[in-house]
Design a protein around this ligand. Structure first.
Ligand code: HDE
Length: 696
């Protein structure tokens, strides 16, 4: 039987084609083709034998489309799988030629393009944005002497001292081996089992249990290079260096209860926040600060600067700000850029070098290796987001997915063929990257040991805890109690509290009380701690954060006065903050006088956890109606329990009362309190915690 292939006309409303130069674009007009450029006549129906007959194997259009779809996923990152990125630039604001020959630090005002990716660590690619977790802060600088990748975190220290422990740490925190859960959580047996057996992790654990792991926004967190690196000047003289990113919007965190609720209300909270900020022109900025020192200074400290579980207090070496990072463009395509970006701590440029930190040394291998497994080819550097934006030539050729066409006969060096387009060979010895002769001590033996200078595990953990304000200390205690309450093995709880006794007796007692257990004996220690002075820089709450970048949620009902809303909008705009209108229906409300106000969100889709403060602009009838709406009561009672400022019109009083709000300095009458409400967007009334929570 012969079958004729009938086609219907394709829907050409959104189509793609391969444009000039090979880029794929949405055109909305040009015809679809296969990957090989053959025009597609019908993208709705596969080729079949008769109208109701079987599909034909010969349908290469169908087969190619399904084949490509079947292979659309690539392995997610082993760690830091969940993240989002943005393009921007780095500008040198204070040149440091005396410290480094790195080209990006030579001239005031000079800019280089960057790509930055923020991430959580433990969760898989589809996990929520707001678990209690460390955040990655990775920056790729495309300099004229190659790419420099500063692949850091939002916490300045790490859990372990030696790279050989990293697979164990990651296995312990990831879902448990037999059951495949919990996802993106440290609150489980295997994590705390490992931690309690690894006292070197205690300092980082204190950071992890602090509010630092609950950032309000990627835009409001610090970044740290963590390891000690080296800067090398044109004469070859070196200084040790730590890198810091300081957010211009200040550091801010959510509370734990808020983070838990945000993950339900908006699992993409941080991703959306960055997207909305950048696409509305509110470009986030960070200052790049350095702490530089030499080996003599390092030798006098009560810790080893090569030990990644230690930081250098800013009170000892203040930051020198040398540049700023601005993120001003979202990727055009998430997969092509954010998913395929490949950071390599081994990417340093002339003027920047590594230290002997054993954790950093291990990373120099791991990242290159992992990219091959994720991106499938040694040619991953040719992917646009990874490619240097300066000339690149060598004789590393061939391999899967080679997209360039190197010319010439000789693919080796030295060669004397000198054909057009061939590399003349390596640069003269005073150019190019030269490794610093950096062994700090004569390496005479091969040793598998931990240096004695790495033996103190408690001093800085104690310093961190003692540097926190009272509410911050309470949050740490509450986090430890919460996490250890999820631990089902009593001996793991005991072992952890035994470790805490070496850090601070009151802390250990508070945690033991919170768990309802007796205080165990202190854990044995390799070296007793000393007392370092507290460092204000380690606390979030000791520093005022600006209001810019925050968001006010205004809950409105029908028949309210437009001037109250306008007063809030004007005050917010003046402070570079934003507002969102929330109404019982997304269609909005009718204001007094009959004007329509559209809403940004429907009430039960926009709980108050998504805002930094709230305003209740309600009519008498509107407030009464909402006293019977659970979402409205939660909106108010959560804002109150999360210590946020609440502005309200007099008519909103019944809703406030039913939600259990007691008047305090952070409850403000509207419209008189409009400006004060906006000024409170970046602060909380922590005194309220004692009113809504049992003491820990
Ligand atoms: Fe990573 N880490 N890491 N890490 N890391 C990865 O690289 C690794 C460490 C960090 O947005 C992986 O491309 C080892 C410290 C960030 O794409 C992998 C050790 C710090 C990112 C890897 C460490 C980091 C990664 C997974 C111990 C802070 C995400 C996929 C020696 C200074 C980068 C990949 C992005 C990603 C290995 C420790 C930060 C497996 C072996 C310390 C921000 O190669």
């Amino acid at each position: 039987m012969s079958v004729s292939a009938k086609t219907s006309s394709p829907d050409t409303s959104i189509e793609t084609h391969i444009g000039q130069g090979g880029e794929t674009r949405q055109t909305g007009g040009a015809p679809l083709t296969t990957n090989h450029g053959i025009p597609v006549s019908d993208n709705q129906n596969s080729l079949r034998a008769g109208a109701r007959g079987p599909t034909l194997l010969e349908d290469f259009v169908l087969r190619e489309k399904i084949f490509h779809f079947d292979h659309e996923r690539i392995p997610e990152r082993i760690v830091h799988a969940r993240g989002t990125g943005a393009h921007g630039f780095f500008e040198c604001t204070d040149p440091i030629p005396e410290l480094t020959r790195a080209s990006l630090f030579q001239k005031k005002g000079a800019r280089v393009p960057v790509f930055t990716r923020f991430s959580t660590v433990a969760g898989s690619k589809g996990s929520k944005d707001t678990p209690r977790d460390v955040r990655g802060f990775a920056v790729k600088f495309y300099t004229d002497e190659g790419n420099w990748d500063l692949v850091g975190n939002n916490i300045p220290v790490f859990f372990i001292q030696d790279a050989i422990k990293f697979p164990d740490l990651v296995h312990a925190v990831k879902p448990e081996a037999d059951r495949g859960f919990p996802q993106a959580a440290t609150a489980h047996d295997t994590f705390w089992d490992f931690i309690s057996l690894m006292p070197e992790s205690l300092h980082m654990v204190m950071w992890a249990m602090s509010d630092r792991t609950l950032p309000r926004s990627f835009r409001m967190m610090q970044g740290f290079g963590v390891h000690t690196f080296q800067l090398v000047n044109a004469e070859g003289a070196a200084k040790m260096v730590k890198f810091h990113w300081k957010p211009r919007l200040g550091v801010q965190s959510t509370t734990w209860d808020e983070a838990v609720k945000i993950s339900g209300a908006d699992p993409d909270y941080h991703r959306r926040d960055l997207y909305e900020a950048i696409t509305t022109g509110n470009y986030p900025e960070w200052d790049l600060g350095i702490q530089t020192f030499d080996e003599d200074w390092a030798a006098k400290q009560p810790y080893d600067v090569l030990d990644a579980t230690k930081l250098i207090p800013e009170e000892d070496i203040p930051l020198r700000i040398i540049g700023r990072l601005v993120l001003d463009r979202m990727p055009d395509n998430f997969f092509a850029e954010t998913e395929q970006v490949a950071f390599l701590p081994s990417n340093v440029v002339p003027g920047i070098d590594f230290s002997n930190d054993p954790l950093l040394q291990g990373r120099l291998f791991s990242y290159l290796d992992t990219q091959k497994s994720r991106l499938g080819t040694t040619n991953f550097h040719q992917i646009p987001v990874n490619a240097p934006k300066c000339p690149m030539q060598n004789f590393q050729r061939d391999g899967m997915m080679q997209t360039q066409i190197p010319k010439g006969r000789a693919n080796y060096e030295p060669n004397s063929l000198h054909e057009a387009g061939e590399d003349p060979g390596p640069r003269a010895s005073d150019q190019g990257f030269q490794s610093l002769a950096r062994l700090q001590e004569p390496a005479t033996e091969k040793l598998r040991i931990r240096a004695e200078s790495f033996a103190d595990h408690f001093t800085q953990a104690r310093m961190f805890y003692h540097s926190q304000t009272a509410p911050e200390q309470t949050h740490i205690v509450a986090a430890l109690v919460f996490e250890l309450s999820k631990v089902k093995l009593p001996y793991v709880r005991e072992r952890t509290v035994a470790q805490l006794r070496n850090l601070d007796e009151v802390l250990a007692q508070r945690v033991a009380d919170g768990l309802g257990m007796k205080l165990p004996k202190p854990a044995p220690m390799a070296q007793p701690p000393i007392d370092m002075p507290p460092s204000d820089a380690l606390s979030i709450l000791r520093h005022e954060a600006p209001v810019a970048g925050r968001c006010l949620g205004i809950l409105v009902s029908d028949d309210v006065d437009a001037t109250v809303i306008a007063a809030l909008q004007v005050a917010a705009e003046a402070a570079q903050a934003t507002v969102k209108i929330i109404a019982p229906k997304v269609g909005g409300v009718m204001l007094k006088g009959g004007k329509h106000l559209p809403a940004d969100e429907k009430l039960d889709g926009a709980p108050s956890v998504l805002f930094d403060a709230v305003a209740l602009v309600l009519s008498e009838a509107g407030a009464m109606a909402l006293t019977g709406e659970k979402a409205a009561l939660d909106f108010v009672s959560d804002a109150y329990a999360h210590c946020k400022a609440i502005g309200y019109t007099a008519q909103a009083a019944p809703l406030m009362a039913k939600a259990g709000v007691e008047a305090d300095a952070f409850t403000l009458d509207l419209p008189t309190g409009a400006e004060a409400l906006i000024a409170f967007l970046s602060s909380r009334n922590w005194e309220r915690e004692a009113r809504v929570k049992l003491p820990v």
